[in-house]
Write a protein that binds this ligand. Structure first.
Ligand code: AMP
Ligand code: MG
Length: 401
């Protein structure tokens, strides 16, 4: 039996670097930046006003209650700004360029002028202001040539906005890992189909595909495959463009374990000391095109699939991007007791109510309880050494966010 960490190490070893490709900055959400972005111009690009008010020479305002001659208006977006000489001021709006001569802005609230729409006055009485006050200096956020966004950063609306503000329209983003999802089982029928004797709807395909996307992968193919080696070989061949193939089912010790039948010898089948999720397999296989592909074979029980996806698939997809996948958690007291298998790390779907942890369902970690898995807000992670959790025991809770 391998520990979770030992098996995770083998899973992560399957990752390979992904090529980068140029991507419009507005379309990269969730992908990872492949190269540092150097600022092509500063942010802000020019010194500008942080307030609606009057641009002045700070030295002119000493003592306050000073009357200055108003030489013009500077709304945002102007092409030029009047020079502000001794004893002068210019009305200025937030984001408008500081006029030559001025070194501070007096907010309109600190003048004798009305706020809002008003004609340009000939003169303004202003309060005292320090040099540089209410001025956003050119480059004070980012200077030209600074690394504004670092390689390895996940693309978000905020990185897109940063990239726009330093002069980019396209950026090199890593291609997402392409993933094929193959659920095995002759009992599986498509959701919505009438159930014949012994049949169940294929829920794992949806579950895995959704989690792949949530964890930063791209789903190329998603289908159920019967427990027939020829059918499974055919599905592997359909998945030839995938960087990673994720299967469910067929890895256990039954008599018809199709994944095992087809790829045993190529990849390693192991037992991992966890519950649920004990039978697992992973390794690199040579696809029909001769290229290597990573294969992550999860057990078939839906809750095992879910737990295995959080524990192994999530960090694997991050590793394809060269990233770690930290999974922070909190210690919280159990609100009720439950059993946990000694010698195996338990991952229990839980909810948190009033600061206490409760199993999300009376079946606990019953690995088939897919109808109630969605209730879980977190997984409680119980160490191998424990055999029971008593009310009030502190347990580690990792959110499913
Ligand atoms: P297996 O690992 O193939 O023995 O499957 C273990 C359990 O999970 C069995 O009860 C299967 O019917 C169930 N199962 C396997 N695949 C799926 C799936 N795609 N959707 C829902 N349940 C599944
Ligand atoms: Mg099966």
């Amino acid at each position: 039996m391998l520990s979770v960490e030992e098996y995770l190490e083998r899973v992560l070893a399957m990752a390979r670097p992904l090529p980068a490709e140029p991507c419009p900055i507005g379309e990269g959400d969730g992908r990872v930046l492949a190269e540092d972005l150097l600022a092509r111009f500063p942010v802000p690009p020019f010194s500008n006003s942080a307030m609606d008010g009057y641009a002045v020479r700070a030295a002119d305002t000493s003592g306050g209650e000073v009357r200055l001659q108003v030489v013009g208006d500077i709304p945002a977006g102007v092409f030029s700004a009047p020079e502000v000489g001794l004893g002068q001021a210019a009305r200025i709006m937030t984001g408008a360029p500081m006029p030559p001569g001025a070194d501070a802005v007096v907010p309109v609230e600190e003048t004798d002028q009305p706020q809002g729409v008003a004609p340009l006055p000939d003169a303004v009485v202003v309060a005292e202001v320090r040099p540089g006050r209410h001025v956003r200096r050119a480059g004070e956020d980012v200077a030209t040539g600074d690394i504004a966004v670092r390689a390895g950063q996940r693309w978000t609306p905020a990185t897109a906005a940063a990239a726009a503000s330093i002069g980019y329209t396209q950026v090199p983003l890593m291609r997402k890992p392409r993933v094929a999802v193959l659920s095995t089982g002759s009992e599986l029928v498509a959701p919505g189909a009438n159930l014949g004797f012994g049949q169940i709807p294929d829920s794992n395909s949806l579950l895995i595909a959704g989690l792949v996307e949530q964890f930063g992968g791209e789903v190329l193919l998603q289908r159920a495959v019967p427990d027939d080696p020829e059918a499974f070989r055919g599905a592997l061949s359909e998945a030839r463009e995938a960087d990673l193939i994720v299967t469910s089912g067929g890895v256990s010790v039954g008599a018809f374990e199709v994944v095992r039948q087809v790829v045993e010898g190529e990849i390693e089948f192991v037992k991992v000391s966890m519950q649920p999720g004990k039978p697992q397999a992973c390794g690199r296989i040579v696809g029909p095109s001769g290229a290597e592909q990573a294969l992550l074979a999860l057990p078939g029980n839906p809750v095992s699939v879910f737990v295995s996806a959080w524990v192994f698939l999530r960090p694997l997809l991050a590793a394809f991007h060269g990233l770690d996948a930290p999974w922070p958690g909190n210690q919280l007291p159990a609100g009720e007791g439950w059993q946990t298998p000694p010698g195996r790390r338990q991952y229990l779907p839980v909810v948190v109510r009033g600061g206490f942890v409760f199993p999300a369902h009376s079946l606990g970690s019953g690995s088939h309880a897919i109808g109630s898995l969605h209730l879980a807000e977190a997984l409680a992670v119980i160490p191998e050494a424990a055999d029971v959790i008593r009310p009030g025991d502190l347990v580690m809770v990792r959110p499913l966010g």
